[in-house]
Design a protein around this ligand. Structure first.
Ligand SMILES: NC(=O)c1ccc[n+]([C@@H]2O[C@H](COP(=O)([O-])OP(=O)(O)OC[C@H]3O[C@@H](n4cnc5c(N)ncnc54)[C@H](OP(=O)(O)O)[C@@H]3O)[C@@H](O)[C@H]2O)c1
Length: 232
């Protein structure tokens, strides 16, 4: 699969790029084409050293919109605060066949407690406000909503980037188009030690996204440094 990762130079992007590059064509997106290309070179070296002759994919890097135009899958892996500013320009380059994966968790730390902080969407007349998850907000910016799959919110970038070990966690996905969700599910399950579950349509994304601050708060009161989830 050709996978564009918007914000691919960041922590989550690095882990996903390195894991998936073993078998897939990765295009890292960055606000700077030069940065994207330089980081892609660095990750290519790591992938070659780690996978040796089992490395059958590739990693390239460019500016975000260029990357998005080339991906069969476009992963949004930018901080939620800048999510829509990074997503908006992609509208003009995406076609109907492309899948968009939202990994974003809108959360804030208030008085040492992490809180889920969804988007407040005000309609153009200014008379109506709705509370939307990051994935639903993305669906508004990059319609149709059926192209959006939401998941990976509870993944650990650190564990993903540690290529010597399986990640050992479950990942819950949601989305309106079952064929698109199934494609993402198969891709995510290529990461050693990861199993996926389906939670329902895109409107369940707020439930998925809010699990991240929930488990981070638990971690801050326990000895778990990198909390992950498993459905048992
Ligand atoms: N880190 C995790 O373990 C993890 C796990 C699950 C989900 N997530 C979600 O994944 C998303 C990315 O997380 P991350 O930890 O990978 O983020 P990050 O490392 O802080 O940033 C990712 C990339 O976003 C780009 N970016 C675009 N606009 C930006 C801005 N205004 N300020 C800073 N960077 C900007 C940067 O790339 P350029 O400078 O190259 O443009 C940066 O390298 C978040 O929405 C997060 O909720 C993260």
């Amino acid at each position: 699969m050709r996978i564009a990762i918007i914000g691919g130079t960041g922590d989550l992007g690095k882990g996903l790029a390195l894991r998936w590059a073993k078998n897939h064509e990765i295009i890292l997106g960055s606000r700077s084409a030069e940065k994207g290309a330089a980081v892609a070179q660095e990750y290519t070296q790591i992938a070659k050293q780690t996978f040796g002759n089992q490395f059958s994919g590739s990693i390239a890097g460019t500016e975000n919109s260029q990357a998005a135009g080339r991906g069969e899958l476009v992963v949004l892996a930018v901080p939620f605060e800048s999510a829509m500013e990074n997503a908006r320009p992609l509208k003009n380059v995406l076609n109907q066949e492309q899948i968009v994966l939202s990994t974003m968790v809108p959360m804030k730390r208030i008085d040492k407690v992490f809180e889920y902080s969804p988007f407040i969407d005000i309609d153009p007349s200014g008379s109506k406000a709705s509370i939307l998850s990051a994935a639903e907000m993305l669906a508004k910016e990059l319609p149709p909503a059926s192209r959006i799959v939401s998941g990976l919110h509870t993944m650990s970038a650190k564990r993903l980037s540690d290529l010597g070990k399986p990640v050992d966690c479950d990942i819950v996905l949601c989305g309106d188009d079952s064929e698109k969700v199934n494609r993402i599910s198969r891709l995510v399950e290529e990461i050693p030690g990861v199993k996926t579950y389906y939670a329902g349509p895109l409107r369940t994304s707020s439930l998925l996204e809010s699990v991240t601050p929930f488990i981070i708060n638990i971690a801050s009161h326990s000895k778990k440094k990198e909390p992950l989830i498993k459905i048992v």
